[in-house]
Write a protein that binds this ligand. Sequence first.
Ligand SMILES: [Zn+2]
Ligand SMILES: [Zn+2]
Length: 212
Amino acid sequence: MLQYLTVPVTAFAQNCSIVWCDETMDAAIIDPGGDLERLLAQVARHGLNLKAIWLTHAHIDHAGGTAELAERLHLPIIGPHPGDQFWIDGLLEQSAMFGFPPAAHFTPTRWLADGDTVQIGHCELAVRHCPGHTPGHVVFHSSQAKRAFVGDVLFAGSIGRTDFPQGNHEQLISSIRERLWPMGDDTVFIPGHGPESTLGEERRSNPYVGQR
Ligand SMILES: [Zn+2]
Ligand SMILES: [Zn+2]
């Protein structure tokens, strides 16, 4: 069964999630934006074997620690979708602009596409491509655990910004309606910022994308 814990990192309080299979204790780290020592302390505390980095998208608060972590622990970088190449290429500029430690760009070991799966231990998660906040944004869904790690696509009571280069509001709304809602009302989602919620709650009450 999939287990996870969420550690807010960086000045943007980005919800980095450490996910693992409780049979093998193999773990993946979703969106290591920074504060690597705190993340690695959690990995050690839970006795996890860190095997991979998974990325939802390449904004600095989500991907800023990726190159350093991958190099230090020889981890493969899985994701995001190739639409975020320009954000990866611009990581150094992003770090300067937002006052982050200098973040190196990197080359993903494996790009992701809609319909792919990622595996950690005995747990498999489905990949859905959810463009709109960034063109290459993906989310990770465990139907078994009824959890979705959705980055900056959907928040409790809000949705991702679309005023960045290549952001697209209509596309974001379609991504949420066509690719998140079908996961089911009882699916708990872990957003990139702020508290968890369920898809059903947002479908009812989210002012941006709920039923009115
Ligand atoms: Zn973002
Ligand atoms: Zn973010």
